[in-house]
Design a binder for this molecule. Sequence first.
Ligand SMILES: [Zn+2]
Length: 258
Amino acid sequence: MVCSIGTDDKQILAEFNSPGCSHAFFNRHGGVGRAPFFSKNVSFGVGDDAAAVRENRRQVKRSLQLDRLISARQVHGEAIHCADAATGDEEIDEVDALITDRPGVGLMIQQADCQAVLLHDPIHRAIAAIHCGWRGSVAGIIEKTVARMQGCFGSEPAFLQAAVSPSLGPCCGEFVNYEAELPQAFQRFQVRENYFDFWEISRWQLQECGVKAASIAVAGQCTVCSSDYFSYRRACRENSGRTGRNCSVIVLRPQTDR
Ligand SMILES: [Zn+2]
């Protein structure tokens, strides 16, 4: 059972809380954007006013007391960026996962139904933020990021903690072309005709990597069903897909905080 701490503009999973690391799943509230980006859209790539996006990102930085905010211009690919030389805020081109062992450097994923999967290695003091849509699930981006953390930081999967953001739920996970798009191994996560449970797919993929079941927290909130979140699928029904992006952020705290 996941226990979350909700505030007006964000959700924090109690099970994923740690003295060495902070995280938050921000919803669409509390920002300065106007419809259809009302109000805390964090993406520069969806047609919103850039000044509003900059202010929303400033709010995110203030809220989590970040020194720097590293984001990704996500492309549903498999590239992973290590933010080990960040000197200012940066948006990295064409990557879908961010990792770092630097305290104060916030890693941000932007999503509207896709998952953000956050990882924390409390032993080696390292974190990851993964953009995981269905293409990422198919490509194994979680496994690739865990492997990269092993290579870069010596992270052992058995000691990793993981959190899956609010995102597309089994209630709304319709894939009419699933036979062409999804591998056979996903079939057992089909919950009814054409509907798949990607929360459970991520839980399974994390465990396949060696992450312990007890160390995985899933927010369990569907962004299509909840109007508290931007949702691409809901926007496609309502206004041809123009909508903002929610953000999920993770940051290491300085050692002295522990
Ligand atoms: Zn739903």
